[in-house]
Design a protein around this ligand. Sequence first.
Ligand SMILES: [Zn+2]
Length: 386
Amino acid sequence: MNQPFSRRFSFTLRAVALVSTIFSLAGKVAAQEAAQAPLGFEEYDPVSTLKVEEHVVKRARFPFIDIHNHQPRMPTQDLKELLSQMDALNMAIMVNLSGRGFTQNWDESTEHLKASITNARKTNGSRLVIFTNLVFNDFGAKDWSQRAVKQLEEDVKAGAKGLKIYKSLGFSGIKDEKGNRVAVNDKRLDPVWAKCGELGIPVLIHTADVASFWDPLDRYNERWLELKTHPGRKRGPNDPVPFDSLIAEQHDIFRKHPKTTFVNAHMGWYPNNLKKLDSLMEAFPNMVVEIGAVIAELGRQPRTAHQFFVKHQDRILFGKDSWVPSEYTTYFRVLETEDEYFPYHKKYHAFWRMYGLGLPDEVLKKVYYKNALRIVPGLDKSLFPD
Ligand SMILES: [Zn+2]
């Protein structure tokens, strides 16, 4: 009585085994096929299996100054909300570099600057600091330099604590009266740089872009993804001049104005060549650098970057550039921890992972606030520890 049942049962078992073998074979074939199929760089997003200690830093270890921020709506913005976002990060002072907003009309932008300062003071004038900008609208007019210098004096009197130069200077966005590109070292700008030295205010200057933007857009370009997603950033080899020429124009003004302090934005676009940057630090004692938008370069060379930060600890400032509060954690983690192989927040800047520099507290304090307190006049020192 049992026999037919057990025979039937064993037949069923064998059938199940066969079917599952077929499925598992099919599964293997599918997996093999998937492994053979091309997988685009943009889709590839492996989950790291590395298990190491993690120290996610949402708040900086010390109060800090962000020397490179943009708040273009400052005249009308609810600045209390901004202050509470800053508090969460331990940002004691934010420097808004867009004091004149984004209009190129002289009077309108002066109004914008004054209204920004008024609104900042109404909320918290010591934590919200503003730099002014130049108006290039009628550059090349006979009295432009004179007018710019006079305006600068007035802006500083009104409360601006520095001058920010956008990268549009040197690119084709700014033209003179003849329609020509204005070089960064155009002589007509000399009185402005000299005046900043006289007034004791720093010039934070952004010149050029990542050198890769001038390189061919092919599989060898490290910024391939950025150029694919932001095609407007791609430049021909001489558009408007080669990278090296633009950078040389910038260095020329550092050389010509030794009494003016220049804050070279984005580490002067040499965060990926710290040996070169080291030689520039040597050549231009009046140049300091800030680290806005280049933390991914530092986080891929923790030992070299650590050495650089220790050597030049008095001349590196904290900056971030784009105002995305959640991204600051990458900066804090790279600077403060010795974590390994942790993610960066934008694949188009870095498809590689980060390693912490583990900077000593004394160096961190200088980068976070002491250097900025020395360079930017009239900041409130009481917001920081010794
Ligand atoms: Zn900027």
